[in-house]
Design a protein around this ligand. Structure first.
Ligand SMILES: *Cc1c(COP(=O)(O)O)cnc(C)c1O
Length: 482
């Protein structure tokens, strides 16, 4: 059991040496000085260092093990990208510097925009969004403004599939749209008949349909061309949630599928470690007819130099200070340059890895949508539930085997869901190890369910009271309550 640093405290122990001069507080007004010394832990420098090393060793990350968290693309992000993003020319540049003095940074952003145009097929890109959800909000603001400018303010509804990521309805809702849910069919794809009905019912009140393709079940929407025709015939727009672009980059584009607006998560597909709350980046791409609606400034090239362009006729304004999370843009650009024409290979490997796992694991766990998948797939723990063991417990048991659990209980349309995304950066040996562990757990569920029900056994904290922790979070250390 890890001790708190206060519990490692030994009275009189000291890790620092301050001179009398450094300890001198005469220059501070008396009323601001403490009357009593603060209660700080008393440890030596070495013990303090050991303490924090011990804590850091408890972190789980892609660098320490397999992290198949579906819909999150926890791939390995090359460390050289961190080095490049930390180059002084990038980190010391002030965002208010004149265009003339920031040509390198502007060139990088312009070229990244060009690369993202190519990979999405879109005609213009903004790099301002600071996360996927922020990109969605930006996209929805464009939709709203587009219909305002085009005198169709009655378009107040956005259609979203029942398998969608929760941020989709949240972003559309935050933008003031009403959400209309379209069902999935037996194949886990948008039910086109239901969609047609919704379009008949709501007609010119529909502003857009937001889709994810491949969808959150990891399945490619086969009817995307038909869906695009239905949406456009009605006069509505087609929005693409490209947070997980790992399956299609270099293979096809949202433009080819008929989409008008796209957001990408640079921190998933294009290399930035994520999960700790940022920083991220959610660029938004649009087709020609929506170009003038992008937030300003957009980065442009006037034939001689790179510039920040502010005069867009119908701009939605600004959605983020300066140019977005610049460091993430540097990493994404470095990643794209490094991959070159091998971006396609990365997609192919991601899809191959997911299908390999899916085929091996469906022997032990239910696979409710048994089709060729893209970068991820979703298992159901229903078979194990029949033995009294829930997906949550399987997830906890995986931690004992030093594997990060998959995404669980999402998408909502699969009961006891386990959403698995291996990514392209894992090799076959590691995937085989994961298959063995999942097989072991399935056997434990049958033979020694208690082992799984009481998991995790090997983590510093066992089962936390998640509801209580979420509702009454208390991280204060109370000296005498220990
Ligand atoms: C991760 C994700 C998002 C949200 O991205 P954030 O950067 O977390 O805001 C949206 N849609 C899908 C499908 C995602 O996987």
């Amino acid at each position: 059991m890890t001790k708190l640093i206060f519990e490692k405290s030994i009275k009189g122990m000291n890790g620092i040496t301050l001179t009398d001069e450094e300890l001198n507080t005469d220059f501070l007004p008396q009323e601001f000085l403490r009357k009593e010394s603060p209660e700080l832990p008393e440890v030596s420098e070495l013990e303090a260092m050991r303490h924090f090393k011990e804590l850091s060793d408890k972190n789980f990350c892609v660098e320490s093990g397999f992290y198949p968290l579906g819909s999150c693309t926890m791939k390995y992000n090359p460390k050289v990208n961190e080095y490049l993003a930390s180059l002084e020319g990038f980190t010391s540049l002030h965002p208010l510097q004149n265009d003339e003095d920031a040509q390198g940074a502007l060139e990088l952003m312009y070229k990244l925009q060009e690369a993202l145009k190519k990979v999405t097929g879109m005609d213009a890109i903004t790099l301002q969004g600071s996360a996927g959800a922020h990109g969605e909000l930006c996209g929805m603001m464009i939709v709203k403004h587009y219909f305002k400018v085009n005198n169709q303010p009655q378009r107040t509804k956005v259609i979203i599939p029942d398998s969608a990521h929760g941020t989709n309805p949240a972003s559309a809702g935050m933008c003031g749209f009403d959400i209309v849910k379209v069902d999935s069919n037996k194949k886990g794809q948008v039910d086109v008949d239901h969609l047609k009905k919704l379009y008949e019912e709501h007609k010119d009140e529909i502003a857009a349909i937001m889709m994810t393709n491949p969808n959150t079940l990891g399945l490619f929407e086969e009817n995307i061309s038909e869906i695009s025709k239905i949406a456009h015939a009605n006069g509505s727009l087609l929005y693409y949630d490209g947070a997980n672009f790992n399956a299609i980059m270099g293979i096809t584009t949202p433009k080819q599928m008929g989409f008008d607006i796209v957001h990408l998560n640079l921190h998933k597909t294009f290399s930035t470690p994520h999960g700790g709350g940022g920083p991220g980046s959610g660029p938004v791409g649009v087709v020609e007819s929506l170009k003038e609606f992008l937030p300003v400034p957009v980065i442009d090239f006037d034939g001689e130099k790179y510039i920040r362009k502010y005069n867009l006729k119908n701009t939605i304004g600004k959605i983020k200070e300066f140019q977005g999370n610049f460091g993430v843009l540097v990493k994404a650009y470095a990643y794209i340059l490094m991959k070159g024409d091998k971006l396609k290979q990365a997609s192919q490997d991601a899809v191959l890895n997911a299908n390999y796992l899916k085929e091996k694991l469906k022997e032990y766990y239910e696979l409710p949508y048994d089709y060729t998948c893209m970068h991820e797939f979703v298992l159901s723990g229903d078979k194990q539930k029949a033995n009294g063991v829930h997906t949550l417990e399987i997830a906890k048991r995986l931690m004992d085997y030093k594997f990060h659990p998959p995404t669980v209980y999402f998408p909502l349309i699969v009961s006891e869901a386990m959403m698995i995304e291996p990514t392209e950066t894992e090799n076959k040996a590691r995937l085989d190890e994961f298959i063995d562990v999942m097989k072991n757990i399935a056997e434990e569920v049958k033979n020694t369910p208690q082992n799984v029900l009481s998991a995790p056994h090997c983590t510093p904290v066992k089962r936390v009271d998640e509801t209580n922790a979420a509702r009454h979070l208390d991280l204060r250390y109370k000296k005498d309550s220990m």
